[in-house]
Structure formats: structure tokens, C-alpha cells
Design a binder for this molecule. Structure first.
Ligand code: CP
Ligand code: NVA
Length: 315
């Protein structure tokens, strides 16, 4: 690997992207593309030999868990999966104390769970890099893979139009807003007013957007799908919100990504993305996710390359 990504990254956690500069995020994307090329060429390294990774999961996962576990293990590292049935996190033992102990035994921690506050406490007390593998508030590793997939499709990112149609207040939409603002990607959230992204995240994104020239728009008008280079959606009911299913289906049915919405972009080259898992027939139709515009399988694969790049840079 040619690129020296060590100095600004070593020892850092990834909690939201808010504390990363556009240049740093771009360097991680460059590294992710190199990691993918190496993987395609069958070049094998042992860059995590002698290192250990704690994988804490309060919520379920296919892509995130498998990305961390395979990316770390195939480079000689030892990942340890810890569900809430295994450890005391926040129950019999405080998050702070758990963090201090894990920090003495592991090289890094991945946390997927409910509370953003808890992943921040882990990062503060563990003294080792902590990666946010999804909380109720953010899903930062996901959106790096999304940006990588865009780079593969469009070459660059600046000035592209991303339209997210669906539950605008969820972790994926919030993280897309932050990373788009940083990287100069125009970002439009189309969702019912009740599910608009909160004011705080819009305020947090506004300064980086001003700096990068990204235009951030929040609307309930599906006509604003016009001009999209890529249309993105996510489940209507995120993990932990199952009790709200009925209400969400009723609010979000007009916002389904289907062939008609794809057509209303007016852009025959518009691509479709989804973080997955998807509920076909709710947020997206079978014909769109299986259609020629869909990039969801590349996007899913890129989770692994981007996660490996994040760990290579920070460990
Ligand atoms: N996109 C994503 O995070 O998938 P998993 O829930 O399977 O990890
Ligand atoms: N918003 C979804 C993302 C799943 C990867 C959830 O939190 O369940």
C-alpha cells in the first residue's frame, strides 16, 4: 500500500464524521478503493496480526458484523463477538467501567447499539479506537461505503445530487446529511413533515455544507426528486422502533421508491442505493431493487472494504 494514512488517524475513534475533515474522509475513501483493488487481486496481508477487536452488539447485524469480523480476521487479527447476553455493559457494570477493562485487553472496539451517548462514553474511557457500528442517532461506517460506491459510479462526488426518500430522522439519513455536507454532495431529504431530520442535525451540517458548497434541502414534496443522480432509501421502521410500524407505514407509503419515482428523477442514469436490509414492497419495490439502476450489492460489499480501511488507518 502506497498511501501513508498514519499521522492524522492513529488512535482515533469514528463516532459520527463530524470531527473528520473533508480531506481525511477523502483519504479514507482513497484507501478503501486501494483495499478493494488488493482484495480483487488476491493480495493477502497480515496487518492486524497480534491485534484484538471487541465487537459489541446490542442490535442485530449481517453486513456490519461480517465486515468487521472478516476484514479484521483475514489480516491476522482476533475479533471477539460480545452480545448483551455475554457482557455486563450498562447492566451490572457501568459503560465507563466496561470501557476501561476492554481498553486494557483489546486494540479497538466496535459498538452497535441504541444510545449514541454510550458509544461516546466507550470512546472517552477505553483509550483505544471505538467505531460506531450504528446507534439510534448515526451510522457512520455505512455512509463511507455509500460514498465509495458513488465514487465507483461517478468518479467524483462534489456537486452530485443525492435524494434520500423515506424516514428522514433516522440514523442513516442523519449520517448521510453529515458526510454529504462535508464532501460537497447536494443532499435532499424527502419525507413527511413528522419525520423530518431534527433541527440539531441540520444545524450541525450547515457549517460544513457552507464550506463545501453542498446544498442541503429538507422537504415533503416528492417533486424534488427531479434531478437526482442517486436515490436512496432505508427501512421505514428502524431497529428498536417496531411498535411504530403501523404509524410509519401510513406516513411513508406515499414516499415509496418505485419505478414511477425513479422516472420522476428525469435522469435515466440515476442509481438506486439502500443500506440494507430492505423490506421489498415497503420502502422499495422489487423492480427497483432488482433493476438496472440498483447498486445495493456493490454498496453492501463496500462495507467491508471501507471498514478495513478505517481500521488500517486508525490502528
Ligand atoms: N447496513 C447495515 O448496517 O446492515 P446490517 O444491519 O446487516 O449490519
Ligand atoms: N435505519 C436502520 C438501518 C439498518 C442498517 C436501522 O437502524 O434499523
Amino acid at each position: 500500500m502506497q498511501r501513508d494514512v498514519t499521522p492524522p488517524f492513529k488512535g482515533r475513534s469514528l463516532l459520527t464524521w463530524l470531527d473528520y475533515t473533508p480531506e481525511e474522509i477523502t483519504a479514507l475513501l482513497d484507501l478503501s478503493l486501494e483495499v478493494k483493488a488488493e482484495s480483487r487481486a488476491g493480495r493477502v496481508h497480515q496487518r492486524f496480526l497480534g491485534k484484538t477487536l471487541a465487537l459489541i452488539f446490542e442490535k442485530r447485524s449481517t453486513r456490519t458484523r461480517c465486515s468487521f469480523e472478516t476484514a479484521f480476521g483475514e489480516e491476522g487479527g482476533h475479533p471477539v463477538f460480545l452480545s448483551t447476553a455475554d457482557i455486563q455493559l450498562g447492566g451490572k457494570e457501568s459503560v465507563e467501567d466496561t470501557a476501561r477493562i476492554l481498553g486494557r485487553m483489546f486494540s479497538a472496539i466496535q459498538f452497535r447499539g441504541f444510545s449514541q451517548k454510550n458509544v461516546e462514553i466507550l470512546a472517552r474511557y477505553a483509550g483505544i479506537p471505538v467505531y460506531n457500528g450504528l446507534t439510534d442517532a448515526f451510522h457512520p461506517t455505512q455512509v463511507l461505503a455509500d460514498m465509495m460506491t458513488l465514487r465507483e459510479n461517478f468518479g467524483g462526488l462534489r456537486g452530485l445530487n443525492l435524494v434520500f426518500c423515506g424516514d428522514g430522522r433516522n440514523n442513516v439519513a442523519r449520517s448521510l446529511m453529515v458526510i454529504c455536507a462535508k464532501l460537497g454532495v447536494n443532499f435532499t431529504v424527502i419525507s413527511p413533515r413528522e419525520l423530518f431530520p431534527d433541527r440539531e442535525i441540520q444545524d450541525l451540517a450547515s457549517l460544513p455544507a457552507q464550506k463545501s458548497g453542498a446544498k442541503i434541502t429538507v422537504t415533503s414534496d416528492t417533486a424534488l426528486v427531479h434531478g437526482a443522480d442517486w436515490l436512496y432509501t432505508d427501512v421505514w421502521v428502524s431497529m428498536g422502533e417496531e411498535a411504530r410500524r403501523e404509524e410509519r407505514v401510513s406516513l411513508l407509503t406515499p414516499y415509496q421508491v418505485n419505478d414511477s419515482l425513479m422516472e420522476r428523477t428525469g435522469n435515466g442514469s440515476c442509481i438506486f442505493m439502500h443500506c440494507l436490509p430492505a423490506v421489498r414492497g415497503e420502502e422499495v419495490t422489487h423492480s427497483v431493487i432488482e433493476g438496472r439502476a440498483s447498486r445495493v450489492w456493490d454498496e453492501g460489499e463496500n462495507r467491508k472494504h471501507t471498514i478495513k480501511a478505517i481500521m488500517l488507518a486508525t490502528l
